[in-house]
Every structure is written in structure tokens, then in C-alpha cells.
Ligand binder design. Structure first.
Ligand code: HEC
Length: 146
């Protein structure tokens, strides 16, 4: 029994040797590349989305502990590559349009990720706030380009 417990603890330590690496953000981030939005919207995006969709990730303490870190870091890695609000100006107008549409489609249920919200009260959006984000993104859709 005791031996088994020791093995588990040892295994837990060894597991820490495996880590997913999130690519380090570039040394200088050009602030003019960031998405432009009305201040009220931008502050919602920063509060709810920036942990995964920008370089400004606030890593929680458990984010470094394997195997939780596998989950946390893959969300950050994949979230950033799907959409980084800080490299917005780099995206083609088509890609930006796709993302606006993506926001409209995901804001009610999929984004921010539900699992993440169970641990991040501060990122929760009220239905009014979701509505505001949706209306903003919808307003930027140009049907002709799509
Ligand atoms: C916990 C990390 C996390 C948070 C927080 C988060 N996202 Fe995401 N997001 C992801 C990941 C991972 C993907 C890529 C995989 C996927 O589409 O599920 C993604 C993909 C997306 C996409 C592209 C998906 C598509 O199908 O078009 C949009 C748009 C998006 N997120 C919007 C948002 C918005 C808006 C917020 C804040 C209100 C937000 N996300 C918060 C992790 C996150």
C-alpha cells in the first residue's frame, strides 16, 4: 500500500519532465497590430479571451503541473494559432471576416471554452455582454467579401 503510494508520487514527479511548450511571444509586440474595437468590447475580449487568444496569457499555478498543463497549454497554443487579437493587423481581410463570423457562431456556447470558465469566474460573460460582442462582430461582417 505504502509502496504503491510512493510509486504514484514518484510517477507524478517524473511526469513533470514532460511539458508542452508554448512558443515564446516575440520580443517586441507592435501595439498597432492589435485589434481595434470600442473600449467596452475590447475590455470584454481582454477579460474573457486574451488568456488563449493573445500573448498576454496569465498562467494559473496549476498550468505548470502535468498532466493538467497538457490541457491548459494546448488550449493556449491552439487558441493563439486560431486567433491572436494582438496580431490582428497581420490577418487578411478574408481571415478577419472569418473570425468575425467565428465569434458570432461561438460566443453563445463554445467560447470562452466552458471548461476554462469553470475555473475562471472573472472571464464569465453575462448574456448582455455576449450579446454586445455578437452585435459588434456581426456589424463588421461584409457579405460581399465572403
Ligand atoms: C481556454 C482557452 C480559450 C479561451 C479563454 C477562449 N478561446 Fe477561443 N479558442 C480556443 C481554442 C483552443 C480554439 C481552437 C480550437 C477550437 O476551435 O475549438 C479557439 C478558437 C476560437 C475561434 C475560431 C473557432 C471557429 O470555429 O471559428 C474563435 C472565433 C474564438 N476562439 C473566439 C473566442 C472568443 C471571442 C473568446 C472570448 C470571449 C475566446 N475565444 C476565448 C481557446 C480559447
Amino acid at each position: 500500500m505504502f509502496k504503491q503510494l510512493l510509486l504514484w508520487i514518484l510517477g507524478g514527479f517524473l511526469l513533470q519532465a514532460i511539458q508542452i511548450e508554448i512558443p515564446t511571444p516575440p520580443e517586441s509586440i507592435d501595439p498597432t497590430q492589435e485589434i481595434k474595437a470600442p473600449p467596452a468590447i475590447l475590455s470584454l475580449l481582454k477579460r474573457s479571451c486574451y488568456d488563449c487568444h493573445s500573448y498576454q496569457t496569465k498562467m494559473p499555478w496549476y498550468g505548470e503541473i502535468a498532466p493538467i498543463s497538457f490541457e491548459v497549454k494546448s488550449h493556449i497554443k491552439n487558441g493563439r494559432s486560431a486567433l491572436n487579437f494582438q496580431t490582428w493587423a497581420d490577418y487578411t481581410p478574408q481571415r478577419q471576416q472569418k473570425i468575425y463570423q467565428g465569434i458570432v457562431d461561438t460566443i453563445n456556447f463554445r467560447m470562452p471554452m466552458p471548461l476554462y470558465l469553470t475555473l475562471h469566474d472573472e472571464a464569465k460573460l453575462s448574456s448582455k455582454e455576449r450579446h454586445a460582442i455578437k452585435a459588434w462582430a456581426k456589424g463588421l461582417l461584409t457579405p460581399i467579401e465572403r
